[in-house]
Design a protein around this ligand. Structure first.
Ligand code: SF4
Length: 131
């Protein structure tokens, strides 16, 4: 079956229109470069990694899971510095990730902060993250 140039042009306009609508409003603003298995080979890694570090993103904590990060964001501990100050024992039951797991990632960040004496807070937290 051959496609006429008019049909192809109509298809092109439809795809273009949907793409433009997808990029409006929350389209791109509602996204974040969440780390995934493709990051290691992605040409955009440097930009995404730089952005995550600038945001002090929870994914920088070694071994933290996506479920733990989701719970921490819901609890308003949405970056590494805030996680380091999260009160223990936890005040609420964790709906995403185990209580012990949440405590472990918090302790991982919090307990090593004294190692950073003489460093600024940011450098201290950087000691705790991967890479
Ligand atoms: S590095 Fe690539 S795969 Fe990873 S979040 Fe960024 S754009 Fe996506």
């Amino acid at each position: 079956m051959l496609v006429t140039s008019e049909e192809y042009a109509a298809y092109y306009r439809r795809v273009k229109s949907r793409l433009e609508k997808g990029c409006e409003g929350e389209g791109l603003n509602g996204t974040y470069p969440e780390p995934c298995v493709h990051c290691d080979v992605c040409v955009w890694f440097k930009q995404c990694d730089t952005g995550r570090r600038a945001d002090d993103h929870l994914s920088l904590v070694a071994g933290i899971t996506k479920l733990q990060r989701k719970q921490l964001v819901e609890w308003q501990f949405d970056n590494v510095a805030k996680l380091a100050e999260m009160p223990i024992p936890l005040k609420e039951r964790s709906l995403h990730g185990s209580r012990d797991g949440m405590k472990r990632v918090r302790e991982q960040v919090h307990e090593l902060l004294p190692v950073a004496i003489g460093m600024d807070a940011r450098a201290g937290v950087d000691c705790l993250v991967r890479h």
